[in-house]
Each structure stands twice: as structure tokens, then as C-alpha cells.
Ligand binder design. Structure first.
Ligand code: ACO
Length: 322
């Protein structure tokens, strides 16, 4: 059994915040942000929600796939910023779409989330358990930012992307994923404070915003991403030159350039959307995928690679025939 990406979709919030806009509320500049990251703007959810953006992206993906929501058998939503702790984002999307026959659950693998969801969907299809799956990567990271910490808040944005995955007749799929929990401190965000009547000691202070050791993340990314790309290429028995596009998690232009250099492929094969979107964690790969799809840069039969990396630490890649 093969898998096929039958449709894609994406949604960004209406409010576009440029680097210059940020310069009016904190001590930063377009020159600093652009030269170190490649980011020029990000979209910030004001009226939009993680659910609303996911539903919009999902509707586009279903339309392209020519599929009704009732046909979906499974919805997997990758997110670290659902609107609510409960119910899961995937179930809220199911309700809004009317995908009444689908099972739905969330998956959290931070910026690798969409690639993990894709690998999971492929495994279900391969096993014969499901044939029609909606996967989503969606975030409202703006709510996890410490807006007084210029070293992190300038990097992230909000948005959602989705893809409909179906059983196909031909094509190749190779996937890999990994985690290193021992390095979790490199990129972290505290949860809710522990407050209940049975606690024995004073509750520990919780830092509820994203904290990052940027240089460690950089080193991890440029070491790990080329490795997992090589792994999926080897599994698929493809060479880097056989690949039309490498769609990488959009964290930083310099990381993408370093990966391109290490695998000796031209930057034209590495489309970017971080100039417009910033880093949208689990949403960055599907938003980019939808953009290149809508721009007509993908032809059936093309060989593409998707790769994600992020907090956990987590990483993953998939090589597939479009
Ligand atoms: N504007 C202006 N100055 C700033 C800003 C800002 N927004 N942020 C930090 N600075 C200052 C710092 O205060 C510091 O000043 P000092 O030298 O006077 O102390 C100086 O700039 C350098 O700070 P560094 O943190 O050392 O900056 P660095 O050159 O390492 O760049 C960056 C930071 C861009 C995050 C870099 O480490 C990087 O590329 N990391 C990769 C990780 C990444 O992209 N993470 C994204 C999220 S993680 C993920 O998606 C997996």
C-alpha cells in the first residue's frame, strides 16, 4: 500500500507584524532580525484561533483532495498550542468540519510535529487500518512568548497547515524520526503551576513562556537534519540530486543554508516562507508545502523531502513521491 498527499491547505492570521513594527515596541531592528534569521514578518492571531485556522486549512486540503469531511477516517493534529487543554484540537476540528466518522487525536512533537504526523499517517495506511487521513500542523505561538524577551519573541509566528493523506497505487515513502529527551532544556516552556490541596511543599515557580538556547538549537539542527535526510534518501534508494524540493522546518535561513551546503544541493531546491511567516513550529512545514503546491511547483511524480526538528529534542524526515 502506498501513500499520496491528495490535498493541502493553509491559513495565516490577518495581522502581519513586520520587524520594523516590533522595533517600535522593543529594542530590536529589521537589520538584526533579518541578518540573523531571514525573518521579515510574522502573522499574529488576534481574532483567529488555532482551531479556526486549522479548519480553514483542512477545508482547502479536503477540497483539493475532492473529499467530503464525512469520508475522513482519522484526524491527527500536531500542535503545542491548542486553544484548550481539553478537548483536543483534533476533536474541535472534527466537530467544526462535521467529520463524524473520524477518530481524532493530537500529537505533540513541537516543530517536528507535522513530519511525525505524516509518518504516523503513512504507518496507519501501510497497516491497512485507515485509508483517508487528515493531518494538521497548527500553532498560536504568540501566546507562549515572553514579549519582553527580544531574543525569542521576534522569531515566532502563528498559522496552520493541513494535508489529506490517502492510500495510493504507486510511489515511494520513506520516513524516519527520533528524539533526545536528555537535551530538553535547550528549548522549553513551563506548563501550569501545580496547585492542589495535597501538595506538601511550596509550589515551584513556573516559567510559562518559551526559553531557548539559540546556539545549541542551531548546532543540533545543522548536525541532525542532514543526517535524517540522508537516512530517508538511503531507504528510498534516491540520491540528493533526484529530489525536486527539500521542505525544511522554517526556523532560520542560516540553518536551511547550512543543510543545503552539507548535502551539496542548490538553495533553489529549498523554498522558504520564513521571510513572511517566521517560525510557526508544527505549522511551518505544511504551510510551506501548501505554498509550493499552490504556486504549481510540484508535479505528480516529483520526489520531495520534508524535514522537521525542534523541542524535545525531536527530529524527523520523510521522502516521498508527490
Ligand atoms: N534584537 C536585537 N538584539 C538582540 C535581539 C533582538 N531581537 N535578540 C538578542 N539580541 C542581542 C543579544 O542581547 C546579544 O547582545 P549582547 O552581545 O550585547 O549580549 C546579541 O544580540 C547576540 O545574542 P545571541 O543570542 O548570542 O545571538 P545569536 O547571534 O546567537 O543569534 C539566534 C540568535 C538568531 C536565535 C541564533 O542563535 C540562531 O540562529 N539560533 C538557531 C535557533 C533557532 O533558529 N531557533 C528558532 C526556534 S527553535 C526551532 O524552531 C527548532
Amino acid at each position: 500500500m502506498r501513500v499520496k498527499i491528495a490535498g493541502t491547505g493553509s491559513c495565516l492570521p490577518r495581522l502581519r507584524v513586520t520587524n520594523d513594527d516590533l522595533g517600535t515596541i522593543m529594542d530590536t531592528s529589521d537589520a538584526w532580525i533579518r541578518s540573523r534569521t531571514g525573518i521579515g514578518a510574522r502573522h499574529i492571531a488576534v481574532e483567529e484561533t488555532t482551531t479556526g485556522m486549522s479548519v480553514e486549512a483542512a477545508r482547502q486540503a479536503l477540497e483539493e483532495a475532492g473529499m467530503k469531511p464525512e469520508e475522513l477516517e482519522l484526524i491527527i493534529a500536531a500542535t503545542l498550542t491548542p486553544d484548550h487543554v481539553l478537548p483536543p484540537l483534533s476533536c474541535e476540528v472534527q466537530r467544526e468540519l462535521g467529520a463524524v466518522h473520524a477518530a481524532a487525536y493530537d500529537l505533540c512533537a513541537a516543530c517536528s510535529g507535522f513530519v511525525f504526523a505524516l509518518n504516523t499517517a503513512q504507518a496507519y495506511i501501510q497497516s491497512g487500518m485507515y485509508r483517508k487521513i487528515l493531518i494538521i500542523g497548527a500553532e498560536t505561538l504568540s501566546k507562549l512568548m515572553d514579549w519582553t524577551d527580544r531574543s525569542t519573541c521576534v522569531l515566532f509566528g502563528d498559522g496552520a497547515g493541513a494535508a489529506v493523506i490517502t492510500a495510493g497505487e504507486e510511489g515511494i515513502f520513506a520516513g524516519t524520526q527520533g528524539s533526545d529527551g536528555a537535551k530538553g532544556d535547550v528549548l522549553s516552556c513551563g506548563g501550569r503551576p501545580l496547585e492542589h490541596p495535597f501538595q506538601r511543599k511550596e509550589a515551584e515557580a513556573v516559567h510559562p513562556y518559551v526559553k531557548m538556547n539559540g546556539q545549541e538549537v542551531y548546532k543540533f539542527a545543522v548536525r541532525t537534519v542532514p543526517k535524517c535526510i540522508s537516512q530517508v534518501l538511503e531507504q528510498a534508494q534516491w540520491q540528493p540530486q533526484d529530489i525536486s524540493l527539500f521542505l525544511l522546518h522554517q526556523a532560520n535561513q542560516r540553518i536551511i543554508e547550512a543543510v543545503a551546503k552539507r548535502i551539496r544541493q542548490p538553495m533553489e531546491k529549498f523554498p522558504v516562507c520564513l521571510e513572511e511567516c517566521g517560525n510557526i513550529s508544527a505549522a511551518s512545514v505544511p504551510v510551506l508545502l501548501d505554498r509550493v503546491n499552490k504556486e504549481g511547483r510540484l508535479q505528480r511524480g516529483d520526489r520531495i523531502v520534508l524535514a522537521g526538528f525542534g523541542a524535545g529534542l525531536t527530529w524527523g524526515a520523510a521522502a516521498l513521491t508527490w
